[in-house]
Design a binder for this molecule. Structure first.
Ligand SMILES: [Zn+2]
Length: 477
């Protein structure tokens, strides 16, 4: 018997949409061999190639280049002119029931005859909708189901043509891809308005901050009537310098306070030109402001306390290297254990990173400011050229940090397993640029082979994390 195999080209299935609507497209389809590069430039390294019929998920669309994830999981840049942009979501609307036996009726209302029922685990093609009722292809006949008892990705969109959403958590991570294991691109403060472009397994693909895109946990978005207020910057730090020109060499003409908003008048390099209340222009660096609308004051819990724990390093920044230890991995482990212990004591704990992700120093202090942390504790392990150097050190930057430093040091300084190097002044960015009580702890030397072994031991980890959490608790009381 001769078997015939039908090949249905993917590009016939995908709905082709014009390049002008590219921002809504989520997939790229290739009709020829195309180089995938490490950067958005033809001079960058070729990582791999895609061939005719290959598909990729678009992560970012920027200046005629697409940052894509291939079916192999590899990521890279392709020139957008070689890709046909497609979206799958609109190709078919299906629903499934959210209840175990959803009645299917002959018409759009409860007064109509019951034709049968559908279970939760089957998908049904939508024919049309009328009021709160949806008609489906029910085994060849038209059946109607109550729209409030079904879910559908594309339907959610249709019912809510206004896709503006408001962030309802104090700081929402925007990630490169859906899933908490993926890289954090940005963090959106409470009250930010974003545009939800599609949802997938409780992750929302959003547009934010003047056209950037990324994925957020849909749980933390809610519908809103608010519009994204464009054309404003919000100051992120206390006593931010406003200068007469676009650079640090220009004179300071005024200072702005955290959460003040200014109208944007232009941008030169990394500097926004803004309008002051008295009509003058001033410049502010783009790294100290947010263009996300409405930075709202964090509702500070009166009953509870908030501690920001900062696991040092992460991502490409490994920190100190021992023989077998990467500082970034050990700090994360230690920090997570302290977090658990503090949470058990009823403290609200915020982590600057939850995974092996690179977070800039300014992002770390921004989180401290955003949450008005009662305490900010940065966790590190030490390293130096002298392999015999050993011990733990508690660093502070200003007098305001001293109470916290003393409280933690009273606990860890007593730990007999390591030498106590005491409380010391440390000119660290995360302390210097932190308005909240903050300390940086060095919990042993990875450059000392003996100490490297010790700090990795479960007994040391258990003791030191208890001591640190007890010290923090003593400070909070
Ligand atoms: Zn470190």
């Amino acid at each position: 018997m001769k078997r015939t195999i039908f090949f249905i080209p993917l590009f016939f299935i995908a709905i082709l949409i014009p390049h002008t609507a590219a921002s809504a497209a989520t997939n790229a389809l290739f009709e020829q061999t195309v180089n995938v590069r490490s950067q958005a430039s033809i001079s960058s390294t070729i990582i791999t190639q895609v061939h005719q019929g290959d598909k990729a998920t678009i992560i970012k669309n920027q200046d005629n280049w697409l940052y894509v994830e291939l079916e192999t999981g590899e990521k890279g840049w392709v020139a957008s002119r070689f890709a046909t942009l497609t979206t799958e979501a609109a190709s078919e609307q299906t629903i499934h029931s959210t209840v175990s036996n959803l009645q299917v009726r002959s018409g759009p209302g409860k007064e109509y005859k019951i034709l049968g029922s559908i279970s939760q685990d089957s998908d049904w093609t939508v024919l049309r909708s009328k009021g709160d009722w949806i008609s489906i292809d029910y085994n060849g006949q038209t059946g109607w189901v109550a729209s409030w008892l079904v879910t559908s990705k594309s339907l959610e969109k249709e019912q809510n043509s206004d896709t503006n959403k408001e962030v309802i958590t104090r700081l929402l991570n925007v990630r490169e891809m859906p899933g908490t294991e993926n890289r954090i691109l940005s963090q959106l403060p409470l009250g930010s308005v974003v545009e939800e472009m599609k949802t997938e397994n409780n992750w929302s693909f959003i547009r934010y901050d003047n056209g950037q895109t990324g994925w957020v946990d849909s749980t933390y978005l809610q519908n809103t009537d608010k519009k994204e207020e464009e054309g404003f910057v919000t100051i992120l730090y206390h006593a931010t310098n406003l200068r007469s020109g676009p650079g640090l060499s220009y004179g300071v003409i005024s200072q702005a306070s955290v959460q003040e908003r200014y109208q944007i008048d232009g941008k030169e390099g990394e500097w926004y030109r803004i309008l002051l209340d008295d009509g003058r222009s001033a410049y502010v660096a783009d790294w100290v402001v947010s263009t996300v609308s409405r930075l709202t004051t964090s509702p500070k819990l009166t009953s509870g306390k908030t501690v920001v724990l900062d696991a040092g390093h992460g991502g490409f920044d490994s920190g100190a290297l021992g023989i077998t230890t990467l500082e970034k991995i050990l700090t994360l482990k230690t920090t997570n254990t302290i977090a658990e212990k503090l949470k058990n004591a009823g403290v609200e704990v915020i982590l600057t990173r939850e995974d092996d992700t690179f977070i800039s120093l300014s992002q770390r202090t921004l989180i401290s400011e955003q949450y008005l942390a009662d305490a900010f504790v940065s966790i590190h392990f030490d390293s130096t050229v002298d392999p015999t150097a050993n011990g733990t050190t508690t660093y502070y930057y200003e007098d305001g940090d001293m109470t916290l430093a003393t409280a933690i040091h009273a606990e860890i300084g007593d730990d007999t397993s390591l030498r106590d190097r005491g409380i010391r002044f440390g000119n660290y960015y995360v302390l210097r640029n932190n308005q909240q009580p903050s300390v940086l702890l060095e919990l042993g030397f990875l450059s000392n082979p003996w100490e490297e072994q010790l700090v990795n031991k479960a007994s040391y980890q258990n003791n030191i994390t208890s001591e640190i959490s007890n010290g923090i608790l003593a400070f909070l009381e």
